[in-house]
Design a protein around this ligand. Structure first.
Ligand code: MEV
Length: 424
């Protein structure tokens, strides 16, 4: 059994952390090698065009996560300090309330066909519905592998757009169950194949044929309960922190300017796991923000309230079009290692972990903002960088940094003085 609780992980050397990670996940050290060897330039050359090399990001481990009763060590690829620590700390608090409880809908993606040059839109719409079974059967036969695993075409929906700059046209949505794939290839292929039939039924011309990133039929949801007493720290009581988080959420719920930043905090956690698993984070970003604006006004993707016992309850609901087969997930050795580390067997399980990290990260940001502000957390990593610049190495880095943070003076001249006095 994997344990996601590794105490003092941050104090270890890189080497020691890898060894602990192998132990805690019960993987062999060689399973973790791709995290250091990464992607070869030769492999990268097969992924995109005009390749000249690779670009590397830090990879950290989100600790303490328990999702649906299972401990999971979460690989997070991100360049921003405080995100991994913040998510890990909040996951620890969430554990005491039972961890993260997450669910997903069926993995249904939407493919869109834009049908133009139609004289009678209403009639064409009805004709498409009359041929729905036939269209679905054709779409269903396109990907035998997906079909073998239980995926395939599920539904067809037709809408009329009558007030566009080019006048009226039809939008046909093909709903496709993509199982453990991200699904873009399957859906795009299905739409391209159906186009001639749609044209002969409607008498129009199928213009665009492409998946929608507003994957609102493929949602992931997560909830966590934090016993309010767990929230107290330093000069802040548990109910003060809880109420502060709820008031911060109210700001995001009511104001798009704040909601954008609030959701950015969620995406700090979400994207880090999406990237570490080789998934398309632009697709996830596009889906998240479009979903946040679904009511016509951009708002928070998460909610924060209290339950009848005064505990803090957080929820997050968003589209989550991630896969564990195909694409970069299959080709990138570190992405493969990431999937193995989390021991996920389905795309839904991966989605459930990702939204848990998003919610944890959101809580970390709100807790800091509602109390001491976020700069202190950022400062300690910054202080370490300043300590290194002042010539500290080994144990000295942490000592110099800690003193500067305590003094609230993070400057190179002060780091040099502290270093001299420790050495002297
Ligand atoms: C910074 O990367 C993310 C935050 O701005 C999120 C938030 O304000 O909720 C701290």
């Amino acid at each position: 059994m994997t344990t996601s609780r590794i105490s003092g992980f941050y104090k270890l050397t890189l080497e020691e952390r890898r060894a602990k990670l192998a132990d805690a996940s019960q993987l062999r050290p060689y399973n973790l090698l791709p995290f250091t060897n990464g992607l070869s330039a030769e492999a990268a050359d097969h992924m995109i065009e005009n390749t000249i090399g690779t670009f590397v990001l830090p990879l950290g481990i989100g600790l303490n996560f328990m999702v649906n009763g299972r401990d999971v060590l979460v690989p997070m690829a991100i360049e921003e300090p405080s995100v991994v620590a913040g998510a890990s700390f909040m996951a620890k608090l969430a554990r005491s309330g039972g961890g993260f409880i997450a669910t997903t809908t069926e993995p249904l993606m939407i493919g869109q066909m834009q049908v133009i040059n139609i004289t009678n839109l209403e009639e064409a719409k009805f004709k498409l519905y009359e041929h729905k079974a036939e269209l679905l059967a054709e779409a269903d036969s396109i990907d035998p592998v997906l079909k073998k695993f239980g995926g395939g075409a599920r539904d067809l929906e037709v809408r009329i757009i009558d007030d566009s700059p080019i006048g009226g046209f039809l939008v046909v949505h093909l709903i496709y169950d993509v199982r453990d794939a991200m699904g873009a290839n399957a859906v795009n292929t299905a739409c391209e194949r159906l186009a001639p039939k749609v044209e002969s039924i409607t008498g129009g011309k199928v213009h665009l044929r492409i998946l929608s990133n507003l994957a609102d039929r493929r949602l992931a949801r997560v909830r966590c309960v934090i016993p309010f007493k767990e929230l107290s720290f330093e000069g802040y009581s548990g109910d003060q922190v809880r109420d502060g988080i709820i008031a911060a959420y109210a700001f995001a719920a009511s104001d798009p300017y704040r909601a954008a930043t609030h959701n950015k905090g969620i995406m700090n956690g979400v994207d880090a796991v999406v990237i570490a698993t080789g998934n398309d984070w632009r697709a996830i970003e596009a889906g998240a923000h479009a979903y946040a604006a679904r009511s016509g006004r951009y708002t928070s993707l998460s909610t924060w309230n209290k339950d009848k016992d005064g505990n803090l309850v957080g929820t997050l609901e968003m589209p989550m079009a991630v896969g564990i087969i195909g694409g970069a997930t299959k080709v990138h050795p570190a992405a493969q290692a990431a999937v193995k580390l989390m021991n996920v067997k389905t795309a839904s399980e991966l989605a459930e972990i990702i939204v848990s990290v998003g919610l944890a990260q959101n809580m970390a940001a709100l807790r800091a903002l509602a109390t001491e502000g976020i700069q202190r957390g950022h400062m300690s990593l910054h202080a370490r960088q300043v300590a290194i610049a002042a010539g500290a190495s080994g144990d000295m880095i942490e000592k110099v940094a800690a003193q500067m943070v305590a003094e609230k003076v993070v400057r190179i001249d002060r780091a040099e003085e502290i270093l001299k006095s420790i050495k002297g």
